[in-house]
Design a protein around this ligand. Structure first.
Ligand code: LLP
Length: 448
């Protein structure tokens, strides 16, 4: 039994890449995506949202999870109405270049530079206001822009306030964003300050709704229900008591986890590895009855990970094997530079050979899978139950690497950012990013 992506074995895909795209050799590591899986995921989330009908809802892809232009272009082709959540000016610029309607783009962020605010205002995209200082900055920049464009009828900026409801999403500390101690959003008791400022400047900014993102890798849907409950109170209060008439959107963020441990039993002796990961449908149902009580409100959800994480494996080659006094290591050519999640969040990514079933249990032993980077934190997996017969050049797949791997990769140790390939629905493999050369990396430095 071998590893398949859609109907093609990974081994065949590597063969194809080596013959058609390269001259017989395949430089590893590289990311390999399945477009079919990507479309399936998008379709599943869209279908789950339909359960909210007749309440209107919008799927907004969080492009920080993966901004490969090929994937995003395909996403627009697939779902014309899809929205996009961005977190930097360059993400906005790429979204506009790829053909997103400005009215479908949201700029989020707890710190925005002047040029990023200007870009958002100029294009009329939604802005998530994080705090009072953020709001004041937006208004100040808009006033300046207003002065130099008096001839145009001025359209007030559409704002959503990011609320921090102080709810624990029960995930790794670095993935929690809605705690009392988090740097994101405005706490419930400080909202009045923002309301006053918006009221005082209603010819410049208008409140279109609220936003909240509790955190990432959420598996407990009850926390999402708690968040929606808190937000409903906020919406009602703002509409009734504060008389904001344009409130139309409730953006409940992203954060739904995927089952990273799906294949774990195969390569780990740790019996505690067990997860319950809700489906998009279960996620939507957890707040449906709460949200649908609101009238005149449209729900926005902005998943990143759920749409892309399981579409990709990172293919890496074994460099060698090493037995230290206390541990056995398999050293591979991928590293924290391509997949930093284990180092940063102790995240689990399944690792296996491309012919997993060929190795029966007594052919396997416990190894740490590590990269060549000069950091003890450079590991891809610990205590993995892998074949003892692996030799240099043999391929391993690091699973579920479609989200927050390519986009978080770095040039540390002057390692190039790696190539990316996509298996399209027509069974064709396309190179969707080439590997960087030394010249690419040095291009921005002054070498003289
Ligand atoms: N909306 C906002 C405002 C966000 O900050 C994020 C992610 C999302 C939506 C999408 O969350 P998702 O559905 O992808 O979980 N590097 C970390 C994840 C950081 C997430 C940052 N914000 C990781 O690799 O686990």
């Amino acid at each position: 039994d071998v590893l398949y992506i859609d109907n093609t074995t990974v081994t065949d895909i590597i063969q194809h890449i080596s013959e058609k795209i390269h001259d017989g050799t395949v430089p590893t590591p590289f990311f390999l995506y399945s477009m079919k899986q990507f479309y399936l995921n998008v379709g599943k989330f869209q279908n789950a949202l339909l359960e909210l009908a007749p309440m209107r809802s919008h799927l907004s892809y969080s492009m920080k999870a993966n901004f490969n232009p090929f994937l995003i272009r395909k996403l627009i082709e697939q779902e014309k109405s899809i929205m996009l959540t961005t977190v930097s000016g360059f993400e906005v610029q790429l979204a506009l270049t790829l053909g997103f309607q400005p009215s479908n783009i949201i700029l989020n962020g707890n710190g925005k530079c002047d040029w990023e605010i200007q870009l958002a205002i100029k294009n009329g995209i939604f802005i998530n206001v994080d705090s009072l200082f953020d709001l004041k900055q937006i208004i100040q920049i808009a006033e300046r822009q207003l002065l130099i464009s008096i001839e145009k009828p001025y359209k007030p900026i559409r704002l959503l306030i990011r609320v921090n409801p102080s709810i624990d999403p029960k995930v790794h500390a670095y993935n929690s964003t809605g705690l009392k101690t988090s740097k994101f959003g405005t706490s419930l008791n400080q909202l009045d300050l923002l309301y006053e400022t918006i009221k005082d400047n209603e010819n410049i900014v208008q409140l279109f709704g609220f936003h909240c993102h509790l955190g990432s890798t959420i598996s407990d849907v009850q926390v999402v229900a708690d968040c929606v409950t808190a937000l409903i109170d906020v919406v009602e209060d703002a509409r009734v008591r504060k008389e904001f008439k344009n409130i139309r959107y409730l953006n409940i963020g992203g954060g739904l986890n995927i089952d990273y441990l799906k294949y774990a039993q195969r390569t780990s002796k740790n019996e505690l590895l067990h997860t319950t990961t809700p489906t998009p449908s279960e996620y939507i149902r957890c707040f449906k009855s709460l949200a649908t009580k609101l009238t005149g409100i449209e729900i926005i959800v902005e998943p990143g990970r759920w749409l892309v994480a399981n579409t990709c494996i990172l293919v890496t080659s074994v460099l060698g094997y090493k037995q230290a006094p206390e541990r056995k290591y398999i050293i591979v050519d991928a590293a924290m530079t391509e997949c930093i999640r284990p180092a940063l969040y102790q995240a689990y990514h399944h690792i296996d050979t491309l012919q997993p079933q060929q190795y029966v249990e007594h052919d396997r032993d416990l190894f740490d899978v590590v990269g060549p980077v000069c950091e003890s934190g450079d590991f891809l997996g610990k205590d993995r139950y892998l074949p003892i017969t692996l030799i240099r050049g043999q391929y391993l797949g690091i699973f579920d690497t479609g989200a927050y791997c390519a986009t978080m990769s770095s040039n540390y140790n002057i390692r190039p950012r790696v190539a990316e390939y996509a298996l399209d629905t027509d069974e064709c493999v396309k190179q969707i990013r080439r590997r960087e050369s030394l010249d690419d990396i040095l291009k921005t430095y002054n070498l003289t």
